[in-house]
Design a protein. Structure first.
Lengths: 317, 302
């Protein structure tokens, strides 16, 4: 098992490298001179010698692979450069925002998983009744719904009209649990709903498949209470592909934080990405993109390993 | 007939359960009928959207960019069924014209993704070996970026023109096409007629073009329909964030962006464009699912 894990990690390395190189290449295709971006309008007063010296200092004269080497070495040490907007190290900004995005995506994931699995189970159990049809339709609509539109509707209903929930802002649940949750409800539901739609579908179809299997028949014939039959035997096996789907959709969830955080003014990584683009703060954008991509890769790896652990039939090739 | 009888004997020992699948039972016939109706509804909605896009010039009551400064932020009325935005432009006309942008973005983005992804997928699946490995790794790397974030970064780099947005969204969709085409190719290449073609000495290129390609089209069609839906959502998202199409372009996402600050005063500005996006994407999803049911009922629901 340990060997398998090691092998998977090694397999992941070239992909991570590719990701890193891609980010670097894309960022270097940016229009505009980096010197200009750093000094802004005051560069007009600088003499050409000073500019040339700056270029040399920043290593902009070196061949591209040398620049990449320096940049990569910096990344490994946690140095992502300086934000051109705020003039402080990017790593500081990013570190502040990681727990925020973690909280938001965590809640979103939990909500999405609970609603998705719950509704999927209901739909599978009460197959071909109205509950099933409603659940299927709702999941279909959930996938089609633009998350920001749903958020707008939610804000309009709960914040503007009813005034029950705040329409923006963030409170860490570590500092104030009640308020923290209150501020998280709308954003987390917005984020989690599209996840719940796909989870709903997958849970329903895989549970249906499992319920038709022979061992379920056996369990029923043995006289096991229906609840135990479904809740234990069937569900355990049905949830495997669901876990896979959840893992895969996590990347989409992270992408969704970009919109959700911007809408609700939540100071997380997604919002940082948008702000960086608006302010042309490319080092920050680079860091966020890199972080998120690596996070997705790690999550995929963990999901794979988790699945292997759960399903003994998968061989450790 | 015999299966029917043996089934009945097997079932006698257990209580009747709704969960056991009986394809010709009344419930499943009902389900099929609902599915067909749903597909029809999807097609009708899609037809309406396409119609609006094609005939926008004639059916839009006002010029979408005509700003009437005397009437701003008006609620829906007979003169302006969708209301008026903050610059005095009629929202209904803007929504109608917006369909053009959404549909064209969807089509072109999907086209780009297909043109890049399909050949790569066929090559990866057909040649296997090194090409397969390399292409797979590249696709894995692309797939690792959250789609919206990647499109965002690309648009930031290459600029927010209409075509650039289509390109960016298209590029982020490439891995999906590549994967699906590759797995289909993997199975098709084992078919007898492919082996036969190889036996008489057909060149690889010819095999790929004349034998593999026609059998790969059905998952491509399904993915394209669902992919268009995703592309439209992505474009709306980008425009909503302010990174995509900017005002005064009548794009649905941009309209939501404009309307958001006025949520309290003029909620209709946020409702109608969003509803248009929702309907279009829903229709595309329904049609895509229906196509999947028709073309290959063995494809798993994901």
């Amino acid at each position: 098992m340990g060997q398998y894990i090691l092998r998977r990690i090694i397999q992941m390395i070239p992909v991570v490298l590719l990701v890193v190189v891609t980010v670097f290449i894309v960022m270097h295709m940016l229009p505009g001179d980096p010197i200009l971006a750093l000094t802004g309008s005051s560069s007009e007063g600088l003499s050409p010698e000073v500019i040339a010296e700056m270029r040399q200092q920043l290593g902009l004269d070196d061949p591209i692979y040398v620049q990449f080497g320096h940049w990569f070495a910096g990344i490994l040490q946690g140095n992502f450069g300086k934000s051109t907007r705020l003039n402080i190290p990017v790593s500081e900004i990013v570190l502040d925002r990681i727990p925020v995005t973690l909280q938001l995506s965590g809640f979103g994931f939990i909500i999405g998983a609970i609603i998705g699995v719950g509704a999927g189970i209901i739909a599978a159990i009460r197959r071909n009744t109205w509950a099933d049809i409603i659940v299927t339709l709702v999941s279909m609509m959930g996938i089609a719904m633009p998350s920001f539109w749903l958020a707008i509707l939610g804000i309009w209903l709960f914040a503007v009209s009813l005034g029950w929930l705040p329409s923006s802002g963030y409170v860490s649940i570590l500092s104030d649990p009640v308020q923290g949750i209150r501020y998280m409800i709308l954003p987390a539901i917005t984020l989690g709903l599209s996840l719940s739609a796909s989870v709903m579908r997958q849970t329903r179809s895989s549970l249906l498949e499992v319920l038709n299997q022979d061992y379920v028949r056996t369990a029923r014939a043995k006289g096991l209470a229906e609840l135990k039959v479904i809740g234990w035997h069937a569900l355990k096996n049905a949830l495997l592909p669901v876990v896979t789907v959840m893992g895969l959709q996590l990347g989409r969830l992270l992408g969704g934080t970009v919109i959700t955080e911007t809408m609700f003014s939540i100071p997380g990584l997604g919002r940082l990405a948008v702000q960086s683009i608006m302010m042309r703060d490319y080092p920050s954008l680079q860091a966020v993109v890199l972080l998120m991509a690596v996070a997705v890769l790690v999550i995929n790896l963990l999901t794979d390993l988790f699945y292997t652990y759960l399903d003994p039939r998968v061989s450790y090739r | 007939m015999t299966t029917e009888t043996t089934r009945k004997t097997a079932v006698i020992a257990l209580p009747e359960r709704k969960q056991y699948d009986r394809s010709m039972g009344p419930i499943n016939v009902l389900r099929k009928m609902i599915k067909v109706r749903l597909a029809l509804v999807g097609l009708i909605i899609l037809a309406i959207v396409i119609f609006a896009a094609l005939t926008a010039n004639w059916i839009a009551p006002y010029d979408p960019n005509l700003a009437d400064g005397y009437h701003t932020l008006e609620a829906p009325s007979w003169a302006h069924p969708f209301g008026v935005d903050r610059l005095g432009r009629d929202l209904l006309s803007r929504v109608i014209y917006g369909s053009r942008i959404s549909l064209s973005v969807g089509l072109v983005a999907v086209g780009i993704a297909g043109i890049i992804g399909v050949p790569l997928g066929v090559m990866a699946g057909y040649y296997r070996g090194l090409a397969d490995d390399v292409i797979n790794r590249v696709m894995d790397a692309l797939f690792a970026f959250p789609e919206l974030l990647l499109a965002l970064a690309l648009v930031a780099v290459i600029g927010p023109s209409l075509f650039n947005i289509m390109m960016a969204i298209g590029i982020t969709s490439v891995p999906r096409y590549c994967r699906i085409v590759r797995s289909q190719t993997l199975s098709v290449r084992e078919y007898d007629f492919v082996l036969a073609a190889k036996a008489i000495g057909a060149k690889n290129g010819r095999i790929m073009l004349r034998h593999i390609w026609p059998n790969v089209t059905s998952p491509i069609i399904v993915t394209s329909s669902l992919g268009m839906a995703g592309a439209i959502l992505a474009e709306a998202g980008l425009s909503f964030l302010g990174v995509g199409l900017r005002p005064p372009t009548p794009a649905w996402g941009a309209m939501l962006n404009e309307g958001f600050p006025f949520l309290q005063r003029a909620p209709w500005l946020s409702f109608f464009p969003g509803f248009a996006i929702f309907l279009t994407v829903l229709a595309l999803n329904i049609v895509g699912d229906a196509l999947r049911d028709v073309l290959d009922p063995h494809l798993r629901h994901t």
